[in-house]
Design a protein around this ligand. Structure first.
Ligand SMILES: [Zn+2]
Ligand SMILES: [Zn+2]
Length: 134
């Protein structure tokens, strides 16, 4: 199925024409900024399946995983839309909160649990990784 989404203000829109490779929660320290204190909920999709329209700003950084990340967000409303790693150029990591419909997304795993605060609610049904899985 084709999924659509975009930022809160509508300046950025995207279409994903493939099923997610995986869906997961991330408690890395960076994601706690983007997700306002909680884990980020992400789907990983093939880069070739994603088409984006609109004016994105980007921020490049070195993640805790050692990967060179580029994070793309709407320059108008600030919504984090997706990220990508130079070391994994075939994949895009899309913020589930930006999907028009996310009800059928089934997170499979939770990563970077060692960075989660003690009060974090982590579903024991999910496969958990203390850091970035290889
Ligand atoms: Zn926006
Ligand atoms: Zn993260």
């Amino acid at each position: 199925m084709t999924r659509t989404g975009g930022c809160k203000c509508g300046a950025v829109r995207y279409t994903i024409s493939a099923e997610p490779v995986t869906a997961r929660l991330c408690w890395c320290r960076d994601c706690q900024y983007w997700a306002t204190g909680n884990a980020a909920v992400n789907i990983v999709v093939p880069r070739a399946a994603m088409a984006v329209e609109g004016d994105l700003r980007t921020w490049d950084s070195l993640a805790d995983s050692g990967r060179h990340m580029r994070r793309s967000f709407c320059g108008t409303c600030g919504t984090q839309v997706f990220s990508e790693a130079r070391e994994n150029a075939d994949a895009m990591v899309v913020r589930v909160g930006t999907l028009d419909a996310a009800g059928d997304i089934r997170p499979e795993s939770v990563i970077w649990t060692e960075s989660a605060p003690p009060w974090a609610s982590i579903d024991p049904a999910l496969k958990a990784f203390p850091r970035q899985p290889t």
